[in-house]
Design a protein. Structure first.
Length: 149
């Protein structure tokens, strides 16, 4: 048996909030679009995914010809207020993730709270870079929701 010294299990707990100037239904639909066919990377490059918005639904990147990357399963879905996904996400190593998107109406706006908890053999660059990725995701949802107003 071979073992590798120095690999430690690390945890992440990230909470991000964004107040979005759009109706609740528009933010919910924008969230589903960003998780699915309208997804982009922080550099603006298209990053379309398949997102099945049902309990047990899959979230994955389809590269065609049977190739792709599995990101997670829908654990909880209560439109238009709550979505939870669990799975490996973007981590192609031993890790478990849970991401919660909570939408709360505040007058004519919506507070979108994203909570990401993870544990596993998470490298430093992912632990640091995930903040930029989630900030981009929230900005993108706000942008897509504004188009639906």
């Amino acid at each position: 048996m071979t073992t590798t010294a120095g690999e430690a299990v690390r945890t992440l707990h990230i909470v991000r909030e964004r107040l979005i100037d759009a109706p609740l239904h528009a933010v919910w639909e924008a969230l589903l679009d960003e998780l699915g066919p309208e997804g982009t990377m922080p550099d603006g490059k298209p990053f379309p995914m398949v997102f099945e918005p049902v309990v047990g639904g899959r979230w994955f990147r389809d590269l065609g010809s049977g190739a792709g990357h599995f990101w997670g399963h829908v654990q909880v879905i209560k439109p238009p207020a709550l979505l939870e996904v669990c799975g490996p996400m973007f981590m192609s190593y031993a890790a478990a993730n849970h991401v919660q998107y909570r939408l709360t109406a505040e007058g004519s706006k919506v507070r979108l709270t994203l909570t990401h908890s993870a544990m596993g053999l998470i490298p430093d660059d992912h632990a640091e870079g995930v903040h930029e990725g989630w900030d981009h995701c929230l900005s993108r949802i706000a942008e897509l929701a504004a188009r639906r107003r």
